[in-house]
Structure formats: structure tokens, C-alpha cells
Design a protein around this ligand. Structure first.
Ligand code: PMP
Length: 461
């Protein structure tokens, strides 16, 4: 039987693609927005409509959507050596140079790199490395992970288990590895009545210790966290939280893993999120802005102590039985190296530090808007949470409807945001200027007004 080929791109999409993070039946009815090309912070659909990419794609395109140097780096590497692997003592220049660059840029104690193609694979690799290490060190019970509710660490079987979002577990039979999800460190939502932010931080740290003692420190391998939780809703932890977690990790010999897939390479106005919050991880996960997502690439970056334990075991066994066909892919690593050079040469981390506070201030001007419960964020990442009642922080009766409306209204007004429940998130390319921030916030404000009008018309509580 010959399968029909459709002439229309949108029709072909509907009949052949199962989209990630999409209601497939709704998609059959409404079809895709086909993005055709990009320029700077803007993308354009196939009808020529312009959008500010307020989420930098998926929190990831630091240098904008038309960087010729990355195109050239990819083309040059394609022409020279389009593919080679790094198994069994083979190597190639781009992967070595990028690993060296990552070690130079990350905190001093992190000295070794393992490459994968996605953040999920990087976290799966990290989990396996930690297990392998603890078996090698003769402590086979030390395998459990501590994570947080609303965390995002990926969607593969193991990394998806660390993720703390219901839709990533529901009907997928996850979690499938030993993990405890602790309270999300978001004061606005999880602080108790009358509790100060300082008391909130102390309560959460006490909870971490209580869980460690309940499970037995000898069974806890690692604590993983995004320095600032991003995909779960852009939530900054209370002051002192990371210092408390770090002290407990040291006290009970637990590895501290910073998932910097979104925070890394400048998002918060510092090179890494752990530097903004002032803690030192044993393992750091990087992706997204590593290549500005022009190529799929991620890295597990780790300390000499972790490396030594693993390396000794590979000598005993005769191999490290882990690796991907595309680990350290030459085109991806060549693009990553060029991208990091651009981030440095153009001072994009400094730009985030300079214009980030302007974005935060402009968004906080919307605090008085009738829908806005909380405006939050650091540097060039932010969210506005909409509520039914500002005084009581009461959520809407039908969660997600107002968020979806605001998302659609923003898109109508030429702004792509992310809706997370009834919050909308912004995470623009690091190249964004002050004037463009004004334009972006203007489009968002208009979308919020339209959403408020719609809410009144629909009588939504
Ligand atoms: N960790 C974090 C903090 C992330 O935000 C993401 C993706 N949004 C991942 C891991 C997973 O990365 P990927 O989608 O490349 O698997």
C-alpha cells in the first residue's frame, strides 16, 4: 500500500507527527504554528507573522536565531569531519577543545566532562555515574536521590523520575528509580500562613535533614536541584536555602548536583546559577545555552574525586560501559565552542546582569494588574503568576485556563511565552536589548489586559 504524501506542510504535520508536550487530538483540530525562520530575538511563521521569542525557543537560544558564526562553525566541521565517535580511545579536536573550555568556565573544583546529546541523557548519565561510583567505593546501598516537587530534570526513565511534575509521571509508571521529592522552595506558594521567608528556608532545610535521617544517610547518594527552578514555574529559593542544603550534603557525604541546563552560561547574570546563589556542586549538568540549541548537546561536568572513583573502577572492569553514538559529536561540539566564544566576546553574561534587572523592574510594574499575584525571577528569566484573588493568592477554579488564554493572547500580539499552569514565563535570548525588553513587556501587558477582559466576559473565578 502506498502511503499518501500531503502537499500542505500543516496537513502533513497533523497526519504524521506526534508532538511532544501537545494534546494530540486538539492538534488534529487546530494544526501547527509553522515557524519558518528567525532573526535576533525574533522568529517568523510561514505566513510572515513576527514574534518576539520570549522563551528563547526552549529557554535556550542565547545568541539569537540567525548567528552566522555558528552556521559557519557547523559547515566547516561538516566539511572536515562530519562524524566521529569517542569510544575506545578515539578522540577528535572539537570535543577536546570544548571539554577544556567547559572546565575553564565552570567552578574550579569541576575538572572532567562527559558529553551527551540532551539534558535528559546527561542526567541519566549522572545517575549511572553516581551508582557506578558508589558500587566501586563499596557502598552499594548509597543509591537514592533527593529532588524537589516541581523540579525538571528531563523525561527519560531515570531523569524523568527525578523530575517532580505530575504530567511527567502520570501514566508513564514513573518514578522508576529510588527518589524522594522534597518541598518546592517557593515561598509565595509553599510558605505557611504567618511564616517568614527565613523561617520557610529553615523549615525546608530541616525537612531535608529529616528525610536523610529517615532514609539513612548511608542510602542517599545525591541531592539534585536546579539553582533556580525553571520549567516548573521559575521559582527562586529563599535566601540561605542552598547554603543549608550544601552543609547537609557535606555532613552526610551526599553528592550535590546542580542542574544548570537552563541557568548555565549566563541566564541569571552570572556564568552559572550556583555562583549566583553561592554554592559549589560536585556535579554540574549543562545543555541548552551550551550550543544555543543550534545543535543537540549536553555535558556532565564533575569533580576529580568523582572522576577518580569512576576511573579506578574502569581499570578494574576494563571499560566504562556507557556512552552514546553521538557523545561529543564533532559538529555539536564545534558549534558549542564557537557559541561559548561568542557569549564571552560579546559579554552576554554581562548583558544579562545589566538588562536582567531592567526586565525584572519592568515586569514588577505589572504587579498592580488585577490578574497578577506574583512577579518573580532573576536576571533574564521571569514569571508572572495570575490568581483569582490577589489578597488571598486564591488560584482559579479551573487551573490552566487563564494561563492558556494569556499564552494565546501573547502569541496573537506577537510574543511567544511559556504558560505553566496560570503563570506565564519569560526567558528571552541573552542578546536582548533594553529597548527590546520594553517592546516585549508592552506586548505582554496588552495580552494580560485582553486576558482580564476575557475573564470578565467568561465570568471565570
Ligand atoms: N534539566 C533541566 C533543568 C531542564 O530545564 C531540562 C529541559 N527543559 C532538562 C534537564 C532536560 O533537557 P532535554 O530536554 O534536553 O532532555
Amino acid at each position: 500500500m502506498t502511503k499518501p504524501i500531503s502537499n500542505s506542510l500543516a496537513q502533513a504535520d497533523i497526519s504524521s507527527v506526534l508532538h511532544p508536550y501537545t494534546d494530540a487530538r486538539a492538534h488534529e483540530r487546530q494544526g501547527p504554528v509553522v515557524i519558518d525562520h528567525g532573526k535576533g530575538i525574533y522568529v517568523y511563521d510561514d505566513k510572515g507573522k513576527e514574534y518576539i521569542e520570549g522563551l528563547a525557543g526552549l529557554w535556550s537560544v542565547a545568541v539569537g536565531f540567525d548567528e552566522p558564526r555558528l552556521v559557519k562553525a557547523a559547515a566547516d566541521q561538516m566539511a572536515k569531519l562530519p562524524y566521529y565517535h569517542t569510544f575506545s580511545h578515539k578522540s577528535h579536536e572539537p570535543s577536546v577543545r570544548l571539554a577544556e573550555k567547559i572546565v575553564e568556565m565552570t567552578p574550579e573544583n569541576l575538572t572532567r566532562v562527559f558529553f551527551t546529546s540532551s539534558g535528559s541523557e546527561a542526567n541519566d548519565t549522572m545517575i549511572k555515574m553516581v551508582w557506578y561510583m558508589n558500587n566501586a567505593l563499596g557502598r552499594p546501598q548509597k543509591k537514592k536521590f533527593l529532588a524537589r516537587t516541581k523540579a525538571y530534570h528531563g523525561i527519560t526513565v531515570a531523569s524523568g523520575s527525578l523530575t517532580g511534575l505530575p504530567n511527567n509521571h502520570r501514566d508513564f509508571d514513573l518514578p522508576a528509580i529510588p527518589v524522594r521529592h522534597l518541598t518546592c522552595p517557593h515561598f509565595y506558594r509553599f510558605g505557611e500562613a504567618g511564616e517568614t521567608e527565613v523561617a520557610f528556608a529553615a523549615r525546608l532545610i530541616a525537612e531535608v535533614e529529616a528525610v536523610i535521617l529517615e532514609e539513612g544517610p548511608e542510602t542517599i547518594a545525591a541531592f539534585i536541584g536546579e539553582p533556580l527552578m525553571a520549567a516548573g514555574g521559575v521559582m527562586e529559593p529563599p535566601a540561605g536555602y542552598w547554603q543549608g542544603v550544601e552543609a547537609l550534603c557535606r555532613k552526610y557525604d551526599i553528592l550535590l548536583v546542580a542542574d544548570e541546563v537552563i541557568c548555565g552560561f549566563g541566564r541569571l547574570g552570572t556564568m552559572f546559577g550556583c555562583q549566583h546563589f553561592g554554592f559549589t556542586p560536585d556535579i554540574l549538568i549543562a545543555s541548552k545555552q551550551l550550543t544555543s540549541s543550534y545543535m543537540p548537546l549536553a555535558a556532565v561536568v564533575f569533580s576529580e574525586a568523582v572522576y577518580d572513583a569512576i576511573a579506578d573502577n574502569t581499570a578494574k572492569i576494563g571499560t566504562f560501559g556507557h556512552g552514546f553514538t553521538a557523545s561529543g559529536h564533532p559538529v555539536a561540539t564545534a558549534v558549542g565552542l564557537e557559541n561559548l566564544k561568542i557569549i564571552e566576546e560579546r559579554g552576554l553574561v554581562e548583558n544579562a546582569a545589566r538588562v536582567g534587572p531592567i526586565l525584572q523592574a519592568r515586569l514588577r510594574e505589572l504587579s498592580g494588574h488585577p490578574l497578577v499575584g506574583e512577579v518573580r525571577g532573576v536576571g533574564l528569566i521571569a514569571a508572572i503568576e495570575m490568581v483569582a484573588d490577589k489578597a488571598t493568592k486564591q488560584t482559579f477554579e479551573m487551573p490552566g485556563k487563564i494561563g492558556a488564554k494569556a499564552f494565546a493572547a501573547a502569541q496573537e500580539n506577537g510574543l511567544i511565552v511559556r504558560a505553566i499552569g496560570d503563570a506565564v514565563a519569560l526567558c528571552p535570548p541573552l542578546i536582548i536589548t533594553e529597548a527590546q525588553i520594553g517592546e516585549m513587556v508592552g506586548r505582554l501587558a496588552k495580552a494580560l489586559d485582553e486576558t482580564a477582559a476575557w475573564r470578565s466576559a467568561e465570568n471565570l473565578n
